[in-house]
Design a protein around this ligand. Sequence first.
Ligand code: NDP
Length: 349
Amino acid sequence: NRRVILKEYVEGYPREEHMELLPGAEVPLRLTGDEPPGSVLVRNLYLSCDPYMRLKMSRPLRESYTAAFVPGSVITGYGVARVLDSSDPRLAPGDLVWGITGWEDYSVVRPPVTAFLAKISHHGGEGGAPLSYYTGILGMPGLTAYVGFHEICAPKAGETVFVSAASGAVGQLVGQFARLAGCRVVGCAGSAEKVELLRTRFGFHDAFNYKEEPDLAAALRRCFPEGIDIYFENVGGAMLDAVLLNMRVHGRIAVCGLISQYNLADEEKDAVRNLSAVVAKRLRLQGFIEPDHKHLYPKYEAWVLPYIRDGTLAYVEDVAEGLESAPKALIGLFHGRNVGKQLVRIADD
Ligand code: NDP
């Protein structure tokens, strides 16, 4: 059972040396009986690379919403797996599941984490979704985009929407959900290739490469002459300041993530300079985390599946091959190397 461990806590940008792939010993393909009742043994098939995992690589912080990894232990995260053995009555050998698992070939998932393993029922066959989609559009990032946009932003047709990190796992979905809601949506991303994707595959009405804009506030003014009603915030930093200057009165900002800040020491983090716009324009700025909204998953899945099946929604994945490529794939998120949802295939379905 090969596994990827965190070697030490990370300061600054994560590097491959912070992680290590350990060769594994043979594992029994059954539970031994020593595990706590309700445990599940799985073969991991796909692993998801998600920006929040960087927050778990830092020394434990009091204000963090997610517990830190333990150096020397296997990295955990969302994935898709096949059940090999189970003492959880909900799951049987052969079932496919998505949820929290380990960066290893096989994992014993113990309670209470098994509460986050959900059985996959809409895979394969006619109209079935690819299994890998449960790391993205049918998994955590999908629910994040849905909750953040529909519940937190409460969009109305005709409103203007801006999305940062717009070609990524969450952003590509928010852009398309906004278009479906009858909004005018503009996205930004960090390369010409990504901007092209926003315009051609994901149907954004306009898009720009933020790395090539000398003045972000001016770029937003150009795209939103009448201002922004809704900002779906994925990056923070200078982009948030530029957006604040361009929000309309009574605008809403859903703070999903602040990826531009994750690798900075406290003293390097960007101060928000234009916060007074929140008062002047009576803005609502609300953070949210997906785990608080798991109960909405069945509603979301039923809503999104027909759009996947009939091709209304486009979905782009960036698939790295093999467990050994997982550290590099995760690090790539913080340099914008992923085009679309980053995941790792470690075994065939
Ligand atoms: P993405 O697939 O969008 O990958 C990350 C992207 O962020 C990169 O490709 C890069 O794109 C961009 N990026 C990286 N560094 C910077 C930077 N310094 N400044 C600007 N952009 C940067 O990731 P996800 O869609 O999975 O996540 C997007 C955001 O949503 C993150 O902030 C994440 O933490 C958050 N999130 C929050 C959740 C919640 O429950 N609140 C759940 C899931 C995600 P580019 O080339 O465009 O720069």
